[in-house]
Design a protein around this ligand. Structure first.
Ligand code: RBZ
Ligand code: NIO
Length: 345
């Protein structure tokens, strides 16, 4: 079981070397702002004074949710499988963006409700969607452990293939309901303040979603200090798999670019399993979902971008990835004052 990971400490001394080097580059000190702190953070994570983030690897985990029976999404459950086919055919937003940043894209079926016969999908199928958590636990503990382990192993394969930055994404109709329930259980924020419009429900449907989460948490009573119990009671297979993937990346000193609301809730659960995983996370953007701000605050992080995205799939992380390239290329390619013959103040 991959909850026994050992995450190495950040290499603070390497970060200090990078910081000193950045101060010698031909620009006023500190003038590249957040790009400078990003480069220093990447140096501490990777243990390299001149860090590299290329190539990035994107993994999208897909699964269904029994809670969709309660009418909590604007789209029917079948869209999960249809979007997986779209990913495999190259037509989704994450395909376009992965290609643009030169990243590999791996699609993992961790629990889609209908069969997908396609050799391009990585088959780590555990069950046909979660159970309806209004009525019963979403998963057994052993299903949660299998999903975390599958995510962990898929990330390890990717890292062994040479990826230097991990982007995790998800596809699962109904997963903003599961993520909202998880975050409400994990924090003291009200359900009302966390729940948003997901794929585009009406205000009336949002009120219904709040009520369903309220009743579900009352019925399930997850233990807020136990990530496995939270996932078993109100979680999702793809949410558990993303948690495992993040633990693997941190264990291997691979920076994790965290996407939107659902992905950030997985990140929160990963920190509950192993607090040190947080040091390897960079939050790419601030999603429109109101719970996202609260999940980012739980991690004590700042998002790099706010582009009013509300998609998921790993898209926001792919969009932010070039900022990491700007930061690492700045360190590797800029001239120093002495090499360029530019006078210091
Ligand atoms: C066509 C389509 C593509 C998507 N890609 C990601 N999501 C996103 O929307 C879903 C969560 O929203 P909710 O909880 O309201 O169902 C997830 O699948 C998420 O990845 C999509 C949703 C749709 C409809
Ligand atoms: O922020 C996200 O990741 C998100 C928001 C709405 C729907 N799907 C994903």
């Amino acid at each position: 079981m991959q909850t026994k990971v050992s995450i190495p400490p950040l290499r603070e001394e390497i970060g200090e070397q990078t910081a000193r080097y950045i101060d010698q580059l031909t620009k006023p000190q500190g003038s590249l702002g957040t790009l400078e702190s990003l480069a220093i953070d990447l140096a501490k994570m990777t243990g390299e004074t001149f860090p590299t983030v290329l190539p990035a690897g994107v993994i999208v985990f897909a699964a269904d949710h029994g809670i969709t029976e309660e009418g909590v999404s604007a789209y029917p459950q079948e869209v999960t499988a249809q979007m997986v086919r779209n990913f495999l055919n190259g037509g989704a937003a994450i395909n376009v963006f992965s290609q643009q940043i030169g990243a590999k894209l791996k699609v993992v079926n961790i629990g889609v409700a209908t069969d997908i016969h396609d050799e391009k999908v990585v088959n780590r199928h555990i069950r046909k969607g979660t159970r309806n958590f209004l009525k019963e636990d979403a998963m057994t503990l052993s299903e949660v452990e299998m999903a975390i382990d599958a995510g962990y192993e898929e990330a390890v394969h990717y890292i062994n293939e040479g990826i230097k930055c991990l982007i995790v994404g998800e596809m699962g109709i109904g997963n903003t309901t599961s993520s909202s329930a998880l975050l409400a259980a994990l924090t003291t924020h009200s359900i009302e303040s966390i729940v948003g419009y997901g794929t585009g429900i009406t205000e009336e449907q949002r009120q219904h979603k709040v009520d369903i989460i309220h009743q579900s948490l009352h019925n399930r009573k997850p233990n807020p200090e136990d990530a496995l119990d939270l996932l078993a009671k109100v979680g999702g297979l793809e949410i558990a798999a993303m948690t495992g993937a993040m633990l693997a990346a941190a264990e291997h000193r691979v920076p994790i670019l965290v996407d939107g609301f659902i992905c950030t809730v997985s990140a929160c659960l990963a920190t509950l399993i192993c607090p040190d995983v947080k040091h390897y996370m960079i939050v790419a953007h601030q999603s429109v979902e109101p719970g996202h701000q609260k999940a980012i605050a739980y991690l004590k992080k700042e998002p790099l971008l706010n582009l009013s995205l509300r998609l998921g799939e790993g898209t926001g992380a792919a969009i932010a990835f070039p900022l990491l390239q700007f930061a690492t290329n700045m360190v590797k390619q800029m001239a120093t004052f002495s090499s360029a013959g530019v006078s210091t103040k």
